[in-house]
Design a protein around this ligand. Structure first.
Ligand code: ASP
Ligand code: MG
Length: 254
């Protein structure tokens, strides 16, 4: 039995139909005999919409209130996904960043994770439940909500995978993995089947936006294998693996 962390980005949970589709995929992974923890981003453009709303009220909103607002996006998707999993006949429990034990420093809007103590997530998994965790958020020493910076759910997912000792962290997006160029712009772009952390970090520092830089640094630090793949297809994606690990030995490749 493998322990798998799956992260679904905003485009994969853009509306309730998409959330139902993701729920099916999560349940399918569980039914194959795996323990599954899921990290979700906010639905579609929710985060941008929340920022626009805030700025239409105050051009320089208080940072603390901004993070209170921004963390709401992921709470919507986490609870709807938990409901969709229930509707599929499996048990799921959603957790905010705070409930999942993400402790950060005090930098609102760009907080760094200091520790992850996911006791409640572990407990849910040990009871046979699927755990859903809101990405991109934690709490600071004052107990206030913080966010990790735009695109931060990838980092949440890898940090959770490391803290749980997961076998793999799957990053679900709207393209079939990491390509030599953006496949939406360059039709001849080729998918990279497997790659090491250093090369991905180089690509990220050259402006390639497949994965947040901090997420890859985190994965490298904890030797956490990543599988970047599409939630819209069944095709294999791109494996990002530590040296010396045979990518074919990783779980849930099909
Ligand atoms: N919802 C946040 C954002 O749009 C975090 C994420 O998607 O990773 O930046
Ligand atoms: Mg987003």
């Amino acid at each position: 039995m493998a322990l798998i962390v799956q992260k679904y980005g905003g485009s994969s949970v853009a509306d309730t139909e998409s959330i139902k589709r993701v729920a099916k995929r999560v349940v399918e992974t569980e039914k194959k005999g795996n323990k599954v923890a899921v990290v979700v981003s906010a639905m579609g453009d929710t985060t941008d919409d929340l920022i626009d709303q805030a700025l239409s009220i105050d051009s320089n909103p208080p940072e603390r209130e901004m993070d209170m607002l921004m963390t709401a996006g992921e709470r919507i998707s986490m609870s709807l996904l938990a409901m969709a999993i229930h509707a599929e006949g499996s048990r799921a429990h959603s957790f905010t960043g705070q409930q999942a034990g993400f402790f950060t420093d005090a930098r609102y809007g760009a907080a760094h994770i200091k520790a992850v103590r996911p006791d409640r997530v572990k407990n849910a998994l040990s009871l046979g439940d699927i755990a859903i965790v809101a990405g991109f958020q934690g709490i600071n020493a004052k107990g206030d909500a913080t966010t990790l910076g735009r695109g931060g759910s990838d980092t949440s997912a890898v940090a959770l995978a490391a803290a749980l000792g997961a076998d793999i962290c799957e990053i679900y997006t709207d393209v079939d993995g990491i390509f030599t160029a953006d496949p939406r712009i360059v039709p001849s772009a080729r998918r990279i089947p497997s790659i090491d952390y250093e090369s991905i970090l180089e690509m990220a520092s050259c402006g390639s936006k497949v994965l947040a830089l901090r997420c890859v640094e985190y994965a490298q630090r904890f030797n956490m294998p990543l599988h970047v793949r599409s939630s819209f297809s069944r095709r294999p994606g791109t494996l990002v693996v530590p040296d010396g690990i045979d990518p074919r030995t990783l779980p849930n490749l099909d």
